[in-house]
Each structure stands twice: as structure tokens, then as C-alpha cells.
Write a protein that binds this ligand. Structure first.
Ligand code: ADP
Ligand code: ZN
Length: 609
């Protein structure tokens, strides 16, 4: 018998078709396959599944996987079947007879992996089944669901401590993408993992490119982003409200984008149908509120767009993390503007939550505003927030096109005094548009009516355009030097701290916004999905996608469980002409080679002709 690491490498290649382990996968697999307990913290898309799937194949007996999400279980089992692995699930979607058949196969030693919903496992019948089986391991997926303080709390997860008590000699591996220390401690304690080895993977997602731009016309900006950079590709667009979701989806559909709306207002069955379309069809754009996304492990989501500001960096990280799980280049793209800041602050102020909660929410909002305004590398800022040191990444907008730092003190003084002058001239306050008109010396009807062409700040800001003034104002609001009174037509008021800038010599180092005329079209980012896509034969790639769709329909599984886009791309680049040449294409193990190899070669040959 050979040693564990080389057997693990062999299974990785032969069954899953991958040449190398990622990150700590190899150590985790070796540790668990050798009988050790483990707690694995890895970002979404990091490759958690293989950490228990391979040890389950290496050890005698059945690997039992506890997972809270039925859809996810089904997709995983479908993908395992495609790879030729003997896996099944037991959850409420199965009829009595089907469940019995699965149990029978488990007892007969015909399964390597059994996925179980926690409530199912904890029944007498579930435990009796486990008592009868030789057990390879327990994997507890989405382990943060034991945390009563987290937003994914599942009471059944608490009961999983029974695994340690009842099956002390069976190795247990708990996995989660939730990184914070408090959750980690709770998992250890509740699942009795005090002796487990901790594997902490970097939370960086290097293939995701972070970009945050000034919001000017969000829907037009979104449409341009999708059509110019991601035509025909799958993506998720997050909006704050249900209404915005529906309108945005409609707008995209009118413009020929395959867009689907999703929010909690749709009936459960309807939601499921919409979600399935996104998962199963190629190139669907899901426009959704944050109700969408938990448990979606579609690997080829090429972009996540936010047209409204998320409430926190935790949310932003989780939502953007749904892009690019396959490791290919993906975009996290966001537009934001003054209205977002005002709206989010208002939501917090108007919520009837307790004072402590509102303070926490305010701090979280400031942290994400900091990400939007930072001159530093976005990724570095993000990782620092999660406690991970890093260096500038070279793959975010700030790294690629460094923003200009600007001493905005003089401009800020002009804006602040203009707010003050207008108010004292008329005896009441004005909104952003009017104040900027006065600054820029615009003789609008309202300016003339109020006699504001005579205030001393009239026309002193003609050197900047309207967008630049708005950007400055947004930064002043963010810094809490100006407040927006949303109970009164969003009029602007000076905060007490503004005196530090007006009188006390406080300097402001800000992000410069180029004039509107100069900021038009900066061209597409340099790297296209797939990296070396110049060498990709597109006709072959499209033909492969069609072929894959036919197989997926026939097997009634999502397309990506047949083969990932990344595999199709590699084929369309290398144009293999024999089964031997197919060997080494990522994601094609022995079973898939046997099952699909000939067909793939034929598709390639026909399409390249
Ligand atoms: P997670 O559960 O951590 O979000 P998954 O286990 O679903 O991530 O893996 C994410 C993607 O990465 C999957 O498509 C998987 O097939 C792929 N993957 C995992 N490990 C490897 C590897 N060593 N080499 C290539 N691809 C991998
Ligand atoms: Zn960067």
C-alpha cells in the first residue's frame, strides 16, 4: 500500500482530473485521511469539497457529509456522479421509497459518500443508519450554521455535537467560509473540535478584480459594463430594493440581456425556478436583492455587480465572492454615489433598532465607504479589515489606474462656505444641486429668484464641473463635515466639524475626480477571462458549450457539473486530436474521459473545420 499523499494525488488526477492541490488542500486531505479532526476556514471557491471528498475515497467506509442546503447537496451529488463517484443524498426532497433505496445501498457498502440534512441525521432512524455503517469520516459543511449570532443559524446544527460523543473514533472535518474569530470559537466549542487541527486559508481571491466607480447613471453604466465586458456570460447584479431589482432586470431584458429577477417577494416555487434557470442555463444575469446567493456554488459566475452600496464589508465580500469560483478572471464591479451614502445613513437612523445596533451599523457603513473612497489598493484594504496583511495586488482599479490624491482643502472651503452663504442669505437651507449651481455661477431661475447671484460665493467654483463638485460633496458627507437632512428635501447643513476646515486649518487629502470630459471610456481592462484567450478557438468553444448543454439536459443536471467552462476553454485552446491529448486537461478525470472523450474529440474536429 502506498502512502497517503501519493494516493491522494492519484485520486485528484484520476477522479477529479486536477493536476495539483490548491493552498492547504493537500495537508488537509492527508490529515483527515490519516484519521485526524480538522477545522477548515477557506474562502468561497477555495475548494473545500475536495478536502473531505478525497479522504472519504481514501478511507474505508462511507463519508457522511452534513449540509444545510438541499439544492447544494443535489448539485454536489450530480457532479460526483459525473466524475464516477458513488454518492447519494438523503433529504426531504426524496420520497420514502427513494430514501429506502439509498439506505439500502449504504448498508450494502455501495456508497463512498452520503450527504445528509442535519435534521435527518438527528432522527432515530438517521442515527440507527449511521450505527450500522462503517464510517470513513464526518464532514460538517457550512459549519458557521452552529453560531447563534450568525445570520445563517440552524438550530439543528447544535445537535451535531452528538457525532463526537457517539462516534469518537470517526474523524470529523468542519468547514466554513466565515472567517471571524468569534464564529471559529463557537464552532470549536459546539462541535467539540478542541483537538482538531486548524487550517486557515488566505481569504484573498486573486482572480477577482475589484472596481468601484462614480455612480452617474447606474443602469446605463451597468448595461455598458455587461455588454462591453461580459456579453453572454453569467453574472449577478445586486440591488437594494425589490423595485430596483424588477426595473433593472426589465431594462436589461429590453436591451437583449438574458436577465432574471429574484427577491423574497416571489413565491417559493417561483424563486426556485428562477434560481434554477440561473444555475442551469449558460449566460444568465441574475438581478437580485441579497436574498439571493446563499448556497449557490455555480463556478462560472463571471461578474458580481453592485448598483447600490452594500451595508457592510462582510456583505460585500460575501456577495462578490460568488464570482469566479472556478479561478478564472472575474469582476467585482460597483458604482456608488452621494445618494447611496445618504440612503444608507437614513436607513440606519430610521431603524427602530437599539442604539448599540445602530452604532455598529454606522461603523460598518463607514468601513465600506472607506473602501469606496480609499486611494490604497482595494484588496489590501479589504483583507486588512479581515485581519490579513497583504501587499498591493495589481488587480484592482486603484492598482491598475492609481487615483490622484488631491489636496481638496480649498475646494472644500468654497463648498462649505457656499452652503453657509446660501442659507444665511435666505434664512433656510438648500440642496446639492442649487449650492453647486451657485458655486459654478449658473444663473438658473432658482438662483435668480433667490438673489443668490449676489452672494459672495457665486461663481467662485467655475473651475470644476458638476460631477467633480458632487464627488467632493460626497466625500465631505462621508467625512461627516456636511449632513444631508433627509427629512427636509435633502438640504445640506454644515456639521460642527466643518469649522475645523473653514477656520482651523484642517487639510483634506481626497480622491480627485477627473473632469467629466476626461473620464469617458478608459477602454477595457487588459486581461480577458481565461487569460490567454487570444489563442482560444471561439467556434470550438461555442460548439463545446452546445454539446455540454445537450448532455446536461439529457442527464438533468446543471451544465457545470458535466464540465466547467475552464475545461472547455482549455480544450478550445489546445484542440486535442486524441484521447491521449485529452489527458491533462483540467477537470477531466478517468470517468469523464471514458464517457465523453470520443464525443469531445468529434465536436472539436467538426467545429475547427
Ligand atoms: P468551496 O466549497 O470552497 O466554495 P468548491 O469545493 O466548490 O469550493 O470548489 C470551487 C471550485 O474549484 C470547484 O469548481 C472545484 O472543482 C474547483 N477546484 C477545487 N480544488 C481544485 C484544484 N485542486 N484544482 C483545480 N480546481 C479545483
Ligand atoms: Zn490592488
Amino acid at each position: 500500500m502506498t502512502d497517503i499523499p501519493s494516493r491522494a494525488a492519484q485520486v485528484l488526477q484520476e477522479v477529479f482530473g486536477y493536476a495539483e492541490f490548491r493552498g492547504h488542500q493537500d495537508e488537509i486531505v492527508a490529515h483527515v485521511a490519516g484519521g485526524g479532526d480538522a477545522l477548515v476556514l477557506m474562502p468561497t471557491g477555495g475548494g473545500k469539497s475536495l478536502c473531505y471528498q478525497i479522504p472519504a475515497l481514501l478511507r474505508p467506509g462511507v463519508g457522511v457529509v452534513v449540509s444545510p442546503l438541499i439544492a447544494l447537496m443535489q448539485d454536489q451529488v450530480a457532479a460526483l456522479h459525473e466524475a464516477g463517484v458513488r454518492a447519494e443524498f438523503l433529504n426531504s426532497s426524496l420520497g420514502w421509497a427513494e430514501a429506502q433505496a439509498v439506505e439500502r445501498r449504504a448498508r450494502a457498502g455501495e456508497l463512498d459518500l452520503l450527504y445528509l440534512a442535519p435534521e435527518r441525521l438527528l432522527t432515530e432512524r438517521g442515527l440507527a443508519l449511521l450505527d450500522d455503517l462503517p464510517l470513513a469520516l464526518f464532514a460538517i459543511d457550512e459549519a458557521h450554521c452552529v453560531s447563534q449570532w450568525g445570520h445563517d443559524f440552524r438550530p439543528d446544527y447544535i445537535g451535531l455535537s452528538v457525532l463526537a460523543e457517539r462516534y469518537p473514533s470517526v474523524p470529523r472535518i468542519a468547514l466554513t467560509a466565515t472567517a471571524d474569530a468569534a464564529t471559529r470559537r463557537e464552532i470549536v466549542q459546539r462541535l467539540k473540535l478542541e483537538d482538531a487541527r486548524l487550517f486557515l486559508e488566505s481569504f484573498d481571491r486573486p482572480n477577482i478584480r475589484y472596481r468601484i466607480t462614480e455612480k452617474d447613471n447606474p443602469r446605463r453604466q451597468l448595461l455598458r459594463f455587461i455588454t462591453e465586458e461580459h456579453a453572454g456570460e453569467a453574472g449577478i447584479v445586486y440591488c437594494l430594493s425589490r423595485k430596483a431589482v424588477e426595473e433593472t432586470a426589465q431594462m436589461l431584458a429590453d436591451q437583449g440581456v438574458k436577465a432574471v429577477a429574484y427577491h423574497a417577494g416571489f413565491q417559493a416555487a417561483d424563486r426556485e425556478a428562477r434560481q434554477n434557470r440561473f444555475i442551469e442555463e449558460d449566460g444568465v444575469v441574475m438581478v437580485a436583492t441579497i436574498a439571493f446567493g446563499m448556497g449557490i456554488d455555480k463556478p462560472d459566475v463571471r461578474f458580481v455587480a453592485h448598483i447600490d452600496l452594500p451595508k457592510s464589508l462582510e456583505g460585500y465580500y460575501q456577495e462578490t465572492g460568488r464570482a469566479g469560483r472556478d479561478g478564472l478572471p472575474a469582476d467585482a464591479w460597483m458604482v456608488y454615489g452621494l445618494a447611496d451614502v445618504v440612503q444608507q445613513r437614513r436607513l440606519i437612523e430610521q431603524s427602530d433598532a437599539e442604539e448599540v445596533y445602530r452604532r455598529v451599523a454606522g461603523t460598518k457603513l463607514d468601513a465600506i465607504l472607506g473602501l469606496c473612497e480609499t486611494l490604497q489598493c482595494r484588496r489590501q484594504y479589504l483583507l486588512e479589515y479581515f485581519g490579513e496583511p497583504s501587499v498591493p495586488c495589481g488587480n484592482c482599479d486603484n492598482c491598475l489606474e492609481p487615483p490622484v490624491q488631491w489636496d481638496g482643502t480649498d475646494a472644500a472651503r468654497k463648498l462649505l462656505s457656499c452652503i453657509f452663504r446660501c442659507e444665511s442669505a435666505s434664512g433656510y437651507a438648500f440642496g446639492a444641486k442649487h449650492v453647486i449651481d451657485v458655486l459654478r455661477g449658473q444663473r438658473t431661475e432658482k438662483v435668480l429668484e433667490r438673489g443668490h447671484e449676489r452672494v459672495s460665493t457665486f461663481g467662485i467654483g467655475a473651475d470644476l464641473d458638476e460631477a467633480q463638485w458632487r464627488a467632493l460633496l460626497r466625500q465631505l458627507v462621508m467625512l461627516r463635515l456636511v449632513t444631508v437632512d433627509h427629512d427636509n428635501w435633502n438640504v445640506l447643513r454644515l456639521a460642527a466639524e466643518s469649522r475645523e476646515v473653514l477656520a482651523a486649518g484642517r487639510r483634506l487629502s481626497l480622491r480627485q475626480v477627473p473632469p467629466r470630459s476626461a473620464s469617458r471610456r478608459r477602454g477595457r481592462p487588459v486581461v480577458a477571462p481565461g487569460g490567454s484567450s487570444a489563442l482560444l478557438n471561439d467556434a470550438v468553444f461555442q460548439a463545446l458549450r452546445e454539446w455540454r448543454r445537450a448532455i446536461a439536459t439529457e442527464h438533468k443536471v446543471p451544465a457545470y457539473t458535466v464540465l466547467h467552462d475552464s475545461s472547455l476553454r482549455e480544450i478550445a485552446q489546445q484542440l486535442p486530436q486524441s484521447l491521449a491529448e485529452l489527458h491533462g486537461i483540467s477537470g477531466i478525470g478517468a470517468t469523464k474521459r471514458e464517457r465523453y472523450g470520443e464525443q469531445i474529440l468529434q465536436v472539436v474536429e467538426a467545429a475547427r473545420a
